[in-house]
Design a protein. Structure first.
Length: 70
């Protein structure tokens, strides 16, 4: 998957995943949430993590952090 496509897919899944957590009244610690979300992507949407990167996990965290900045 191209990096730009992976970024958009991951950010879309992050928003949807956060909405599901909120609906279930679950609010994990931010660091724990990142790990759980990464595991979710590995299990449910592995193609999103198939892009050129030394560490897809760190890249995913960076994209989410950049997207969440005010």
């Amino acid at each position: 998957m191209r990096r730009a496509d992976a970024k958009q897919a991951i950010l879309g899944h992050w928003i949807s995943w956060q909405d599901k957590l909120a609906a279930a009244d679950m609010h994990p610690h931010p660091g724990t949430a990142m790990h759980l979300f990464y595991e979710y992507l590995q299990a449910q949407h592995p193609a999103c993590l198939d892009f050129a990167s030394h560490s897809p996990y760190l890249q995913m965290r960076q994209w989410i952090a950049e997207d969440c900045e005010p």
